[in-house]
Design a protein around this ligand. Structure first.
Ligand code: SF4
Length: 352
């Protein structure tokens, strides 16, 4: 599935990275440790660099953290977005610290004079502003005006600040409207997409832990992407930032929007299985990056159906009574014992 083309869409640049029309859907996350502990922060950032994080939002709750924010920005190539709530001075301080983007929450920052100051500082330094509305922090007045409709209330909150930015002639914007409800988030984003050309940041907020969080995020984000909505995604999990990046990449890869690594297909197993597919998958997953990105690697439980079922795979392995067979596009090309699989795969990777 490809994104719907959108000739009218705009794009912005954060530290030189394009977000929006003409650029790939970006995968971002949020730093989950406080800026106070710079050593831990830098170590987390290194992990995220390795995982391919493309934009990192960082809570900036105190003016005292300006120096730490500065150090973080200098320590990584990942573009940083300072996450600001309540106090406009924090946004100004983050901009002064060299932050290339700031997120402000229209639910808790309404002082028009202060917002104008933020816009003016952003203009001067080429900073991108994300107007990020969240269902949980909207003022009751928006709900009243929207007659209790959360999606419409979110849109009203975003719109109010877009108009203020327009008054200041500022359009380097990313907009977002998130709720814990998939339906409300989808509806709000459809309305925003219809009305505004700005890049949309999407996600389902507070999606939760484990299977529940991954499922909820994936369903919500995929529904929006399938309608051409979304320029940067964040999977919001009660889990590590690295997991959020991995799931975000998997969503884009599963939808055929971006390709990050070779695809892995494996059978669910049944009574015909000859090998422990789960263990084999665990052994192959870490070396997936070693195969060409456009390849599909298959792990199948038996040679009776495996090679045929996974005939599109560039390389497959299927269990037999005495070990495994390897196949390429359904054709058997080699065999070995279970104990030798790792060596066989390593040799194969070497030859690639
Ligand atoms: Fe069952 Fe074999 Fe199909 Fe796996 S490949 S599901 S083991 S028939």
């Amino acid at each position: 599935m490809k994104r719907m083309s959108d000739k009218k869409g705009r794009c912005v640049f954060i530290s030189g990275m394009g977000v929006g029309s003409g650029y790939p859907v970006r995968v971002e996350t949020m730093l989950k440790v406080p800026l106070y502990n710079l050593e831990e922060v830098v170590s987390k950032v290194r992990e995220l660099e390795r995982e391919g994080c493309e934009l990192l939002r960082v809570a900036f709750p105190s003016l005292e953290l300006k120096e730490q924010l500065q150090c973080l920005i200098k320590s990584t190539n990942i573009p940083i977005m300072a996450d600001i709530h309540f106090d406009p001075n924090l946004a100004l301080s983050a901009i002064e610290a060299g932050c290339p983007s700031v997120r402000i929450n229209p639910g808790n920052m309404k002082n028009k004079k202060a917002l104008r100051e933020i816009v003016s500082a952003a203009k001067e330094r080429g900073v991108v502003i994300r107007i990020g509305a969240n269902g949980g922090s909207l003022a009751s007045s928006f709900y009243e005006r929207a007659q209790g409709d959360q999606a419409k209330a979110l849109v009203l909150a975003v719109e109010e600040q877009i108009k203020l930015m327009w008054d200041e002639g500022f359009e380097d914007l990313i907009i977002s409207a998130k709720a814990t409800s998939i339906n409300a988030t989808l509806k709000a984003n459809i309305l925003l997409k219809q009305r505004y050309p700005y890049p949309l940041h999407i996600g389902i907020t507070e999606a939760g832990p484990g299977v529940h969080g991954v499922t909820k995020s994936s369903v919500g984000i995929a529904l929006m992407l399938s309608q051409g909505i979304g320029d940067t995604i964040r999977v919001s999990l009660t889990d590590s930032s690295v997991k959020e990046i991995k799931v975000g990449q998997e969503i884009l890869q599963a939808l055929g929007i971006r390709r990050f690594r070779a695809d892995l297909v494996s059978c669910p197993t049944c009574g015909r299985k000859r090998i422990d597919v789960q263990t084999l998958v665990k052994a192959i997953e870490p070396v997936l990056d070693k195969f060409p990105k456009d390849w599909t690697i298959a792990v199948m439980g038996c040679e009776v159906n495996g090679p045929k079922e996974a005939s599109s795979a560039n390389l497959g392995v299927a269990g037999t009574l005495s070990g495994v067979v390897f196949f390429q596009h359904g054709k058997i090309v080699g065999k070995c014992s279970v104990e030798d699989i790792e060596t066989y795969v390593k040799t194969l990777i070497k030859h690639l």
